[in-house]
Design a protein around this ligand. Structure first.
Ligand SMILES: [Zn+2]
Length: 64
Protein backbone atom coordinates (compact mmCIF):
# COMPACT_ATOMS: atom_id res chain seq x y z
CA UNK A 1 0.00 0.00 0.00
CA UNK A 2 1.34 3.39 -0.95
CA UNK A 3 -0.01 6.12 1.23
CA UNK A 4 0.70 9.66 0.24
CA UNK A 5 -0.74 12.83 1.66
CA UNK A 6 -3.63 14.24 -0.40
CA UNK A 7 -2.63 17.71 0.67
CA UNK A 8 1.11 17.94 0.05
CA UNK A 9 1.72 14.62 -1.78
CA UNK A 10 4.38 13.74 0.74
CA UNK A 11 5.08 10.09 1.42
CA UNK A 12 6.65 10.98 4.75
CA UNK A 13 3.76 9.52 6.68
CA UNK A 14 4.04 8.29 10.25
CA UNK A 15 1.73 5.72 11.77
CA UNK A 16 0.12 6.89 15.00
CA UNK A 17 -2.55 4.24 15.49
CA UNK A 18 -4.71 1.64 13.85
CA UNK A 19 -5.48 3.09 10.43
CA UNK A 20 -4.28 6.47 11.67
CA UNK A 21 -1.37 8.34 10.22
CA UNK A 22 0.33 11.67 10.50
CA UNK A 23 1.82 13.66 7.66
CA UNK A 24 5.17 15.16 8.50
CA UNK A 25 5.00 17.29 5.38
CA UNK A 26 2.03 19.45 6.32
CA UNK A 27 1.18 18.20 9.85
CA UNK A 28 -2.29 16.89 9.26
CA UNK A 29 -3.77 13.64 10.48
CA UNK A 30 -4.82 10.99 8.03
CA UNK A 31 -7.11 8.08 8.68
CA UNK A 32 -7.85 5.26 6.33
CA UNK A 33 -11.08 3.37 5.90
CA UNK A 34 -12.48 1.39 3.00
CA UNK A 35 -9.64 2.38 0.72
CA UNK A 36 -10.22 6.07 1.26
CA UNK A 37 -8.02 8.52 3.05
CA UNK A 38 -9.72 10.94 5.40
CA UNK A 39 -7.91 14.11 6.34
CA UNK A 40 -8.11 15.96 9.61
CA UNK A 41 -6.53 19.08 10.92
CA UNK A 42 -5.61 19.26 14.57
CA UNK A 43 -6.86 22.53 15.97
CA UNK A 44 -5.07 24.45 18.67
CA UNK A 45 -7.49 23.16 21.29
CA UNK A 46 -6.78 19.57 20.28
CA UNK A 47 -9.98 18.89 18.38
CA UNK A 48 -9.98 17.50 14.87
CA UNK A 49 -11.69 19.16 11.98
CA UNK A 50 -12.23 17.37 8.71
CA UNK A 51 -10.45 18.60 5.62
CA UNK A 52 -12.08 16.11 3.30
CA UNK A 53 -14.07 18.82 1.53
CA UNK A 54 -10.83 20.28 0.24
CA UNK A 55 -9.89 17.22 -1.76
CA UNK A 56 -11.43 15.37 -4.62
CA UNK A 57 -12.31 11.75 -3.95
CA UNK A 58 -9.83 10.65 -6.60
CA UNK A 59 -7.06 12.27 -4.61
CA UNK A 60 -8.05 10.45 -1.45
CA UNK A 61 -8.21 6.94 -2.81
CA UNK A 62 -5.42 4.60 -1.85
CA UNK A 63 -3.48 2.95 -4.60
CA UNK A 64 -2.89 -0.63 -3.55
ZN1 LIG B 1 0.82 16.39 3.89
Amino acid sequence: MVLSCPNCKSKDIGKIGVNQYYCWGCFIELSVSKGMVHTHQVEEDGTLSSLDDLFHEDDRQISM
